[in-house]
Write a protein that binds this ligand. Structure first.
Ligand code: ZN
Length: 259
C-alpha cells in the first residue's frame, strides 16, 4: 500500500476535479492520505474530506504563512478541534523565513501554540520549516524540555545540522518530490542520514510534483515516484522502502488503525 502523508486536497487547484483526483490516487494504489489543515478558516473543508472518505484523515493547524491571522488562536482552540473524529495530527505549523509572509515573532508564537496542543493531545505535530534552522531547533528543544511531543519534519529540505538535532529529539521526516529534482543533491545527502525507521513520504500536492510530472499540478497518485526516489537514495528495494515507510507512518500517526 502507498501512503501520501501530506495532501492539500482542499486547495482551490482541485476545485474542478477533486473526486477524479481522489479516484486516480486509489487506482494508483494509494491506500491512505492525510489531508493537511493550513488555516482554521478552511479547516471545515479539510475535515469534511476526512469525514467523507474512509481513506482520508486530517490534521488541524495553521501554516506559518497564515500565522498573522492566528495570533489570537489558543491551544484550547486546537485541542477542541483535534477532539473531532478523524483528526490525527496537529499542524502544519512552524517557521518559514524564506517568504516571511507573517512576521517572525508571530510565526514563533503561533508555532508554540501548536506545540502545546501536541503536548496536550499526544497527537503528532506536522512541522514546516524553511530557512529558519537555528530558531526551529531552539523552539523544538524548548518545547521538548517542557513536555515531550512527537513531531514530523515534513517535506524536509533544511540543513543537515537541524536534521541531526531533530533526529536526536526523536523526529520523523517526510520526503517529497523535491528528492527527484536534479539540483537537489544537498536534500538527498540529508535523506541518506535520516533515521531509517522514521522516514515517510508525501506529495504536498498540488505543489512540488515529482519528476516526471515536475512543473505540473501535483496529486496523490504521484507519490509512488517519491517512494521510488527514496528507495534509490537509500539503496532500498521498492518493497523495502514501502514496508519501512508504512511501518514508520503507522508508528507516528497512531490514531489511524492499520488496515
Ligand atoms: Zn509545508
Amino acid at each position: 500500500m502507498l501512503i501520501d502523508s501530506h495532501v492539500n486536497l482542499h486547495a482551490h487547484q482541485f476545485d474542478e476535479d477533486r473526486d477524479a483526483v481522489i479516484a486516480r490516487a486509489r487506482e494508483a494504489g494509494v491506500g491512505l492520505m492525510v489531508e493537511i489543515s493550513d488555516k482554521l478558516s478552511t479547516f471545515e473543508a479539510t475535515h469534511a474530506l476526512a469525514m467523507a472518505h474512509a481513506d482520508i484523515w486530517c490534521t488541524v493547524g495553521a501554516h506559518p504563512h497564515e500565522a498573522r491571522d492566528h495570533t489570537a488562536m489558543t491551544a484550547d482552540d486546537l485541542v477542541a478541534l483535534a477532539g473531532r473524529p478523524r483528526v490525527v495530527g496537529i499542524g502544519e505549523c512552524g517557521l518559514d523565513f524564506h517568504y516571511d509572509l507573517s512576521p517572525r515573532e508571530e510565526q514563533a508564537r503561533v508555532f508554540r501554540t501548536h506545540i502545546e496542543a501536541a503536548q496536550r493531545t499526544g497527537l503528532p505535530l506536522v512541522v514546516h520549516t524553511r530557512e529558519a534552522d537555528a530558531d526551529m531547533a531552539a523552539i523544538l528543544r524548548e518545547g521538548q524540555a517542557k513536555a515531550p511531543f512527537r513531531f514530523l519534519m515534513h517535506c524536509y529540505t533544511s540543513g543537515a545540522e537541524l536534521a541531526e538535532q531533530a533526529a536526536e529529539m526523536g523526529a520523523w521526516f517526510s520526503v517529497s518530490g523535491i528528492a527527484t529534482f536534479k539540483a537537489a543533491e544537498a536534500v538527498r545527502e540529508v535523506i541518506r542520514a535520516m533515521p531509517a525507521d522514521r522516514i515517510i513520504v508525501e506529495t504536498d500536492c498540488p505543489y512540488l510534483a515529482p519528476v516526471p510530472h515536475r512543473g505540473r499540478r501535483n496529486e496523490p497518485a504521484y507519490v509512488g515516484h517519491v517512494l521510488q526516489a527514496l528507495a534509490d537514495i537509500r539503496g532500498w528495494s521498492r518493497e523495502e522502502a514501502e514496508a519501512r515507510t508504512t511501518d514508520a507512518f503507522f508508528t507516528l500517526f497512531d490514531g489511524i488503525p492499520r488496515p
